[in-house]
Design a protein around this ligand. Structure first.
Ligand code: ZN
Length: 69
């Protein structure tokens, strides 16, 4: 169980991580203004949350492993 900050996930491209308000064309459609990827808005956001969760999870695990002397 990890906490993921959902801020800007609906505006951030899951491919190139470009964040722009205009990426979110409307409630359903996401088109990246940087790399041009076209995706369903919620599907793109869920990819972002999954990626962030993995990063937090990995970082948390690494910080709990004591360094070997
Ligand atoms: Zn992109």
């Amino acid at each position: 169980m990890v906490y993921v900050d959902p801020a800007y996930t609906s505006q951030e491209c899951a491919e190139c991580h470009h964040i722009e308000k205009k990426n979110r064309v409307n409630q359903a459609l996401f088109i990246c203004r940087s790399c041009g990827v076209v995706a369903h808005a919620d599907r793109n956001a869920s990819h972002m949350i999954a990626q962030r969760g993995e990063t937090v999870w990995t970082a948390g695990r690494e910080s709990h492993i004591p360094a070997t002397p």
